[in-house]
Ligand binder design. Structure first.
Ligand code: CP
Ligand code: NVA
Length: 316
């Protein structure tokens, strides 16, 4: 057995697995990937196991294509096919995969499962979304903000809708990076209390029931589906609870004039956002989706390929 205390690798389960300086360096590396200035293949001869207990388009394709571009072989493992789906323990799966692959990405329901996988794996584990967190998406969103607004620094991000995995990871990002975050969530759909408390200690973070208040003067407006994966049977109840939370043109008019609109996708036009907004001039959702590829590559290059996180040069 490997001495677990002597493990040299690191995992990415939540935003705060990086320091602020590391996150800035990771975004700079992602930007080099985005602009074609990174051509190395640090994962040559390696492989990435990807386990999906939930559906995925962007996460699967960005990891699969990204791993291949860096030289690795990605393996898509459906729980329908692997023994994990028939009850083989997560710990045993972690031990076995660690003997054969160089990294494991997991998308699942309970956050405790990705934590357990990481505890027993001897290779880096990456959180591809849990009910609690979606840190890879927030990396993509931060890269998109940097791309379109220059920097997340000094910006106000508005979160309109469910206090879900995305909202929690936004809270973690605000806590680490210190930008302003204003959330508007309906009664009973608040974000995780621990994430909220942590963020409110170190950043200007507000939670209201009024979307108009949260969006006022925002530089970036972000929403998500009202019923996340696993909550589909609550759709009708949620449609009633989220009345008034649709991001439409009138709502966007309260944000900064040049505010950008973000959505992790998939989107439900006519529910959390109107077609006019998501398909309109302020929407950057396609860049945001593409940026998943660049940030995923940066995460894999660092965690699995020995790429160093170098602080971006200060602008003169
Ligand atoms: N945004 C996102 O994670 O998309 P997928 O569910 O398609 O991976
Ligand atoms: N909150 C959504 C995000 C999908 C990428 C979900 O968990 O279904």
């Amino acid at each position: 057995m490997t001495d677990r205390a002597a493990r040299k690798h690191r995992d990415f389960l939540a935003i705060h697995d990086f320091t602020r300086a590391e996150l800035d360096a990771l975004l700079a590396l992602s930007n080099r990937m985005r602009t074609g200035r990174y051509t190395k293949r640090p994962l040559a001869g390696k492989s990435l196991a990807m386990i999906f207990f939930k559906n995925s388009t962007r996460t699967r394709v960005s990891f699969e294509v990204g791993a291949a571009q860096l030289g690795a072989t990605p393996l898509f493992l459906s729980p329908r096919d692997i023994q994990l789906g028939r009850g083989e323990p997560i710990a045993d799966t972690a031990r076995v995969l660690s003997r054969m692959v160089d990294g494991i990405m997991l998308r699942t329901h309970a956050h405790a499962q990705v934590v357990e996988l990481a505890q027993h794996a001897d290779v880096p584990v990456i959180n591809g979304l849990t009910d609690l967190q979606h840190p890879c998406q927030i990396l993509g969103d931060l890269l998109t903000i940097n791309q379109h607004l220059g920097s997340y620094k000094g910006k106000k991000v508005a979160w309109i809708g469910d206090g879900n995995n995305m909202a929690n990871s936004w809270l973690d990002a605000a806590a680490l990076l210190g930008f302003e975050l204003a959330l508007a969530c309906p009664d009973g759909y608040e974000p995780d209390a621990a994430c909220l408390a942590r963020a409110q200690k170190s950043a200007k973070v507000t939670l209201t029931r009024d979307p108009k208040e949260a969006i006022e003067g925002a530089h970036a407006v972000n929403t998500d589906v009202w019923a996340s994966m696993g909550h589909e049977d609550e759709q009708a109840v949620r449609e009633r609870s989220f009345k008034g939370f649709t991001v439409d043109s009138a709502m966007m008019a309260r944000a900064k004039k040049n505010a950008i609109f973000l959505h992790c996708l998939p989107a439900h036009r006519g529910e959390e956002v109107t077609a006019e907004v998501i398909d309109g001039a302020q929407s950057v959702v396609w860049d945001e989706a593409e940026n998943r590829l660049h940030v995923q590559k940066a995460v894999m290059a660092v965690l699995m390929g020995g790429e160093k996180l170098v602080a971006p040069a200060k602008k003169k």
